[in-house]
Design a protein. Structure first.
Length: 286
């Protein structure tokens, strides 16, 4: 990305394999404490540590599951979390790598799913999400969001498990204002939101004609950096390297030739081919 954030490949590449359970530290600085599972869970989610063994903790502490497997390793200064904290699942997979400054979450913050895949990654500031964040669900779908003081603010992009871009939304201070979403039939719709959990209205998005097949399939008023100009009828693809963002979608010479050939041949030989679909009524030119 041009804004200095990590590329998707870099983000996805840092799996749980990159963070293993540590080797023993200097015994002079280590305090080992066995905690109950409920206490471990409270600690792991940052709700403690306010358990019966609390004291003015200092230096490196390790917490263990009941089967003696390491649960977490944390640093304290004068009873406050300070430095890097790591938490592991019972099977040894890393669950979280967190940074604290005098008891507050501050700096890089990363969580993983139990299978070792990345769950979320970003920066914390004064105990709140701040800046660019990456979130991935258990099914592999994911989204990228801008955060301000713990709230979603700005453009958020949503992707399916295979990296398929299916929605772009605008948020302000935690409330969604509008969203362009691609439905299962590949048509784009604009939804208007008022901050609730459901859109208040929806209508087909404003479109331009595809240079290949001529149908009104290309969404034209998405933010330039979030445009996904792919025609669902003939599969023509906008190439930003050949087309300037300041003008309407124009033909990419090579891509256009290939798309026309594929469209004509596939439509004639295989009417039910999944690579192309019949245009909808609202996509027909008047």
């Amino acid at each position: 990305m041009d804004d200095g954030t990590d590329s998707l490949e870099a983000v996805l590449g840092r799996t749980a394999d990159a963070v293993r359970r540590p080797e023993p530290v200097d015994p002079a600085r280590l305090v080992s404490v066995r905690v109950e599972a409920s206490e471990s869970e409270r600690y792991a989610y940052g709700k403690g540590p306010q358990d019966p063994i609390s004291c003015a903790r200092h230096a490196t502490w390790r917490f263990y599951y009941e089967d003696a497997e390491l649960h977490s390793e944390v640093e304290y200064i004068d009873g406050q979390l300070h430095g890097v904290s790591r938490v592991w699942y019972p099977d040894g997979q890393i669950w979280a790598e967190e940074n604290y400054v005098r008891g507050k979450r501050q700096g890089p913050w990363t969580n993983w799913h139990e299978d070792g895949s990345l769950k979320r990654r970003g920066e914390m500031k004064d105990d709140q999400y701040e800046g660019h964040w990456f979130f991935r669900n258990a099914d592999g779908s994911w989204y990228e969001a801008e955060m301000v003081r713990g709230l979603t603010h700005g453009i958020t992009r949503y992707f399916g498990p295979t990296g398929y871009h299916f929605a772009t939304a605008r948020w302000e201070h935690g409330s969604r204002l509008w969203q362009y979403i691609r439905r299962p039939d590949f048509s784009w719709w604009r939804e208007q939101w008022d901050g609730g959990s459901e859109p208040v209205s929806a209508a087909p998005a404003e479109r331009a004609p595809c240079p290949c097949c001529g149908y009104l399939t290309l969404v034209v008023n998405l933010p330039a950096e979030n445009r996904d100009w792919t025609c669902p009828v003939c599969r023509w693809v906008m190439d930003n390297a050949q087309n300037h963002d300041s003008r309407a979608a124009g033909p990419n010479p090579l891509t256009l030739e290939q798309a026309r050939r594929s469209f004509e041949e596939s439509s004639a030989a295989n009417p039910g081919d999944s690579r192309v679909r019949t245009p909808h009524e609202e996509e027909l030119l008047e």
